[in-house]
Design a protein around this ligand. Sequence first.
Ligand SMILES: Cc1cc2nc3c(=O)[nH]c(=O)nc-3n(C[C@H](O)[C@H](O)[C@H](O)COP(=O)(O)O)c2cc1C
Length: 319
Amino acid sequence: MEDVTDLAFRLVCKRQGADMVYTEFVSSEGLIRDIREAVGKLKILDEERPIGIQIYGNRVASMVQAAKIAEAAGPDILDINFGCPSKHVAGSGAGSGLLKTPELMEEITRAVVNAVNIPVTAKTRLGWCDSEITIVEIAKMLESCGIQALTVHGRTRTQKFKGQANWELIGEAKKAVKIPVIGNGDVVSPQDAQKMLQVAGVDAVMIGRGSYGNPWIFKQTKHFLQTGESLALPELDERVEVLLEHLALSILYKGERRGIIEMGKHYGNYFHGVRNVKYLKAHLRELKSYDQIASAIRVFIADFRKSEAMPAAAEVLSV
Ligand SMILES: Cc1cc2nc3c(=O)[nH]c(=O)nc-3n(C[C@H](O)[C@H](O)[C@H](O)COP(=O)(O)O)c2cc1C
């Protein structure tokens, strides 16, 4: 996921039980021009395996060249993004924009499959809009191109991220092909994952936003699917340790300044449900080193615990 699943967050998710992770999508045009931002997204570690690098674009030649560049970075699979709904990407005919031009989607897919020696997979949506649900034909076409697995996000391009993902329609795609189908969209709990597996009959479930500040969702989900037992959310102290591990990795791979700035968007998610966290977030924005941030968070947590231990005003008055 763009700006989310960088190397640091992928490592955190992996350590918390994710079976498979993917890079942010990488622009084929950026890769072939050796643009630093695009090339930087290819950095992967053995600890992450199995890992997919995802590329996007709307020109066959660029996608072929980018696929070879991505393959050289050593991923286990190469994934093609046919799902991004943004104006910038879909509007220029890439990502889910290719749902409007299935012939070009087919040409790109065949060319990429032929260009590399690793498995190629794809991720797409149900169709362009409610009146153009094309996922069954698209799934069959991609399978015929040699795609080895397909992820289906159960929304249309027009929906972007609104409304609810339609898991039944993901199931239609699953029934139409022999390759593994991965279901995606609105899985935010282990119970959701189980329900998606039942409703859509998919081979695997992909969790996106449900992992924000909540990387243990992977371990919890696997445990629930295997045993039927729900694991509790880790205690606040453990959540803080994982957050600090995430921060340390972000600094390690992006440098102190950028690593700290990019962590800014994650803090609130890790403290979901904790009172007054907005003050902490505002304070953290002013801090410039790991040590300062770690100590500010620990002080905040200690204060939070004290306030939890104190009787609420109403209880004091009623004594
Ligand atoms: C901020 C953001 C960035 C995303 N970036 C990507 C991306 O780079 N590649 C991709 O295939 N999907 C991307 N997606 C889509 C998600 O992978 C996923 O399909 C979608 O959020 C629905 O799944 P969820 O409900 O589990 O989040 C992104 C979504 C969001 C919200």
